[in-house]
Ligand binder design. Sequence first.
Ligand SMILES: CC(C)(COP(=O)(O)OP(=O)(O)OC[C@H]1O[C@@H](n2cnc3c(N)ncnc32)[C@H](O)[C@@H]1OP(=O)(O)O)[C@@H](O)C(=O)NCCC(=O)NCCS
Length: 194
Amino acid sequence: MIRSAVAMDLAAIMRLERSSFPTDAWSEAMMREELASPHNRYLVLDEAGRLAGYAGLRAPVGARDGDVQTIAIEEAARGRGQGRALLRALLTEASERGIREVFLEVRADNPVAQTLYRSEGFADVGRRPRYYQPDDVDALVMRIDVPGWAAAQASITQAESSGQGAEAPAGGDLPELCAPEHEIRPTTTGKGWC
Ligand SMILES: CC(C)(COP(=O)(O)OP(=O)(O)OC[C@H]1O[C@@H](n2cnc3c(N)ncnc32)[C@H](O)[C@@H]1OP(=O)(O)O)[C@@H](O)C(=O)NCCC(=O)NCCS
């Protein structure tokens, strides 16, 4: 089940953090701060009391836009739809907070995460050269329109309940790629990687 993260989850989150991001894991102090911030919402995937995933959204109340701060599923649990479920839970939270746009950064060498984001409706809006250190890897900046995503989800749910099925949210036709670097807004924390 997906539930809100609590302070007691910190140790398990850090174990997963270090194994999922071996070269650029956040410190325990940073993660503690993330979990405690009233501007954030962290969720965990709890499988019979074992923490198998987590994800975080930064979405200050009253803000127009937010950020996916991080998302990870333990290796043994990947490929079962849990990453998408966590991402959708974050976007639902963003929608409920009145957030219009959600941004994220993803490593240019992480095609699995990119495929997940694009298939959920995120579009590329830019690139931050050499953003990830010490690996010297670029970040792709992606954006999703939250009201549009929520409307697509509602129509899928409605179609499913009427037994008609529906297409997944559009991820195919992406808008123009790569706004000039200076036009890309900075992340709220400057330390997100998703
Ligand atoms: C990225 C991550 C969270 C995805 O979680 P997951 O539970 O494995 O993903 P899901 O099973 O929900 O799959 C969602 C989509 O991702 C893509 N995907 C998943 N596994 C994939 C693979 N091995 N190859 C290519 N695409 C893949 C597919 O588009 C999939 O959708 P589909 O099943 O409808 O085809 C997980 O791989 C992970 O924790 N990776 C390490 C940490 C990380 O890179 N986090 C992202 C940082 S930005």
